[in-house]
Write a protein that binds this ligand. Structure first.
Ligand code: ZN
Length: 89
């Protein structure tokens, strides 16, 4: 399977559990899968210590919120439809 991430740095922050320096990874590309979610993580940490229970750390500073403009537009159109329906009664 093709890797979906790219290693940015071999040694980033220390793992909160085992204190090993974690790998910093990022997406190879942002796909519709990420954009469908309310948010996604631009980067994340990966603990490379095989005996550690912590595998991935998603820090809030790497969180990216997806814009909701499209949804707002749809909501507005729905309100317009309801208004014109009420006026036609
Ligand atoms: Zn660890």
């Amino acid at each position: 399977m093709k890797a979906k991430y790219r290693v940015l740095r071999e040694q980033g922050k220390k793992c909160p559990r085992c204190k090993t320096q974690m790998q910093v990874r990022t997406h190879l590309e942002i796909t519709s899968k990420q954009l469908r979610q309310a948010y996604y993580y631009e980067k994340w940490y990966r603990c490379m210590n095989e005996s550690c229970l912590t595998t991935q750390v998603n820090p809030p500073e790497f969180k990216v919120m997806n814009p909701k403009q499209q949804r707002k537009k749809q909501d507005w159109e729905e309100i317009q439809r309801q208004n014109s329906f009420l006026q036609s009664i």
